[in-house]
Structures are given as structure tokens and as C-alpha cells.
Ligand binder design. Structure first.
Ligand SMILES: [Zn+2]
Length: 271
């Protein structure tokens, strides 16, 4: 019985992953359209809304549902469009695999009840945010705000932490990162941490509660630092090249959402 639940949850999460691909691909385009409503000459994207059918970004033909089965169609079509044989981005199957991994890790750490459903929703939103920030350097309010409200609403019922710790966690997440942003600007004379990063940190704070906020900040700064150094060494870019922080905040948030108690015990933070 447990195996069946496990498999159903993974398959469902991979299917959600393929919908996340639509959100990841279309949200920045929709936002850019909204920001520059007068400049539509360069807008060749064929879809009209987030809900219109998927089509190939190259030949613009609508993708049949049997060519749109998560992961399987990518393997079956050998990563090429069924009509024009243009390569399909490896990002699509990667997001679906990550959605599957979110389900596996959530299933390990949470019992089969509303708490599992809640963290799955958080994981999917974090995945979409990380992917959009990597691709377009954006953390849309359309995703960070629902993540914040959902965390506060679920914790109003004491699901992952107490309501007061959730509210203080959101304020603490925003506030601590805001102080980091000011310190960063003071030292480097550059903006390194954006408003989207602050809102994402607030949203994660609402899920994990105030005592776990330092763990989120500690983990993402270490991961971001290691990535930043490797990135500079491997790509030989100069040290002023910006790189998105959102994916690291999202990943650190996911790690703390899953293993909050163990991590706090480890870091000796009392909560
Ligand atoms: Zn095509």
C-alpha cells in the first residue's frame, strides 16, 4: 500500500512539473507584455494566456497531448519537436525530474496527510521560482506572494510552526536579508540582493518560523558563495558578473522545510 501511495505521489508530482514548465516559460513573457504594453512588435510568442494550449516555440504548432506526456514524450521523441524536429530544451525534462525529487523527499520527511500536501505545494512553487530566476532573473510576486499567504494560512492551524512564529518568521526573513542587502551595498557599492529575494525569504520564513530563519540564510549564503566562486573560476567571467540568488534561497528553503528539526539541532539553534 505504501509503495502505491509513493508511486502515485511521484507520478502526480511529475505531471505537476510539466504544468510548472508552462508557468516557468510563460510567466516572464506575460509580465514583460504587461510592462511594455505599447511595444508588441517584437512579441512573437503565439500563446494568448497562461491557459492556452502548449505549442512548439520554434514552429508554433500546437503540441498534441500524446506528444506532451511528462518525461516519456521527451524520451520517445528523442528530445526533438514531432513536427519541425527542432531540439526541445533539456530544461523541460529537468523541471519534471526535479518535481519528482520534490515528491520523493517530501514523502520521506512527512506523513501522508495535509502536511505532505502543503509541503508539496511549497516545493512546486519554490521550483518554479528557482527556474524562472535562473532563466530570466525574475522572482514574480505572482508566485512569492501566494507562497507567503499559503505558509501563513497553514501555520494559522499550527501545521508546521505556531502562528506567531510564522508571522515573525516572515518579518524576520525579510528583515534579516534586507540588512544583508544594505551591508552588501555598503561594502561593494552594488546591488546584489533584489526585492524579489527579500520577498522569497519572507515567504520561506512564514513556512519554517522565526527560529529556523537563520538556518535558511546560513545555508543559502554558503551554497551561493561556493557556486559564485566555482562559476567565476569555471566561466572566467569577471567578478562583477551578477548571478541569481533566488535558486539558492529556494533550495535552502526547501532543505529547511524538510529537515528543520534536525538542522536546528545541528546548528544548536533552540526552537
Ligand atoms: Zn516545432
Amino acid at each position: 500500500m505504501h509503495e502505491i501511495n509513493f508511486i502515485v505521489i511521484i507520478v502526480f508530482s511529475v505531471i505537476v512539473g510539466s504544468f510548472l514548465n508552462v508557468i516557468i516559460y510563460r510567466t516572464p513573457i506575460v509580465l514583460h507584455r504587461r510592462w511594455q504594453t505599447t511595444n508588441t512588435e517584437n512579441d512573437h510568442h503565439p500563446f494568448t494566456s497562461l491557459l492556452s494550449r502548449s505549442c512548439c516555440p520554434h514552429c508554433h504548432r500546437v503540441i498534441a497531448w500524446w506528444h506532451n506526456v511528462p518525461l516519456l514524450s521527451y524520451i520517445w521523441l528523442k528530445g526533438l519537436c514531432a513536427y519541425c524536429h527542432d531540439p526541445i530544451s533539456w530544461r523541460y525534462p529537468l523541471v519534471e525530474i526535479c518535481a519528482g525529487l520534490i515528491a520523493v523527499t517530501a514523502y520521506i520527511f512527512f506523513p501522508l496527510d495535509i502536511s505532505l500536501v502543503g509541503v508539496l505545494a511549497a516545493g512546486w512553487i519554490l521550483l518554479a521560482l528557482a527556474a524562472i530566476d535562473l532563466r530570466d532573473g525574475l522572482l514574480p510576486d505572482e508566485l512569492t506572494m501566494p507562497l507567503l499567504w499559503l505558509g501563513l494560512a497553514l501555520n494559522a492551524t499550527h501545521l508546521y510552526t505556531t502562528p506567531d512564529m510564522a508571522i515573525l518568521g516572515a518579518m524576520g526573513g525579510y528583515g534579516v536579508l534586507w540588512l544583508c542587502a544594505i551591508a552588501f551595498r555598503f561594502i561593494t557599492k552594488k546591488d546584489g540582493i533584489g526585492a524579489g529575494d527579500l520577498k522569497l525569504c519572507a515567504a520561506i520564513g512564514a513556512w519554517v518560523g522565526l527560529p529556523a530563519v537563520p538556518a535558511v540564510i546560513l545555508i543559502f549564503s554558503w551554497m551561493g558563495l561556493v557556486y559564485g566562486i566555482l562559476y567565476l573560476l569555471l566561466t572566467r567571467q569577471n567578478k562583477n558578473t551578477p548571478f541569481p540568488l533566488g535558486p539558492w534561497i529556494a533550495l535552502a528553503g526547501w532543505i529547511v522545510v524538510l529537515g528543520k528539526d534536525n538542522i536546528m539541532h545541528w546548528l544548536n539553534i533552540n526552537g
